[in-house]
Design a protein around this ligand. Sequence first.
Ligand SMILES: [Zn+2]
Ligand SMILES: [Zn+2]
Length: 176
Amino acid sequence: MKINVSKIPEGGMVLQFERDGEWFRRNLPGATPPDFVPDRIDIACTAWRMKENVFIEGTVATAVDVPCCRCLEMIRLPLRSSFKYTFTPPPSRSQDEVELNAADLDFAYYEGDVIDLDTVILEQILLQIPIKLLCAESCRGLCLHCGINLNKTSCNCRGEVLDERLAVLKQFKGQP
Ligand SMILES: [Zn+2]
Ligand SMILES: [Zn+2]
C-alpha cells in the first residue's frame, strides 16, 4: 500500500486494506522463506501530516500456522500488533549527523512523496512471531529415536536407549 504524502488531507485519513499470505511470501526480505505463511492480513491505520512529516498509527491483524519447536505439530497463532511510525523526508547533507541518531524502529524516511506501508506491515508481522513456540508447556516432543509424536502415542525406544548406554558403560568398565 503506497501513500502519496501530498494527498493526505488536512484532517488526516483512514486506511483499511488487506493482504494475503502470497503477498507476504513475495515481499519478504531475504532469500530463505520462513516456515509459516500468514492468513489474510487486515490492516487499519490512520495517517496524518504536519508539513512534510507524516505520522501513521494502526493495527495489523492476522493468524499464522507455526510448527511447535518440539513436536512440529502446527499451531494456529493469532497475531495482532499496533504500530506507530513517523516518516520524514531524507535529511539533507547538512542535517546528516543530527538525523542519524534518530534511527529508531518506528522512525523512517520516505522518498519522493511516497510512503510504502508494505514494509511496515511485513516488519510488524515478523516481530510478532516467537522464535521458539511450544504447543503446550508440557509438550513431550518427538522421540529422538523413532520420530514418533510422544504427545499422541508412546514407543519403546526409551528403554533401548538406556540399555545401549548401559551396554557402553559395561564395556568400558570391562576394559582392563
Ligand atoms: Zn509440541
Ligand atoms: Zn521411539
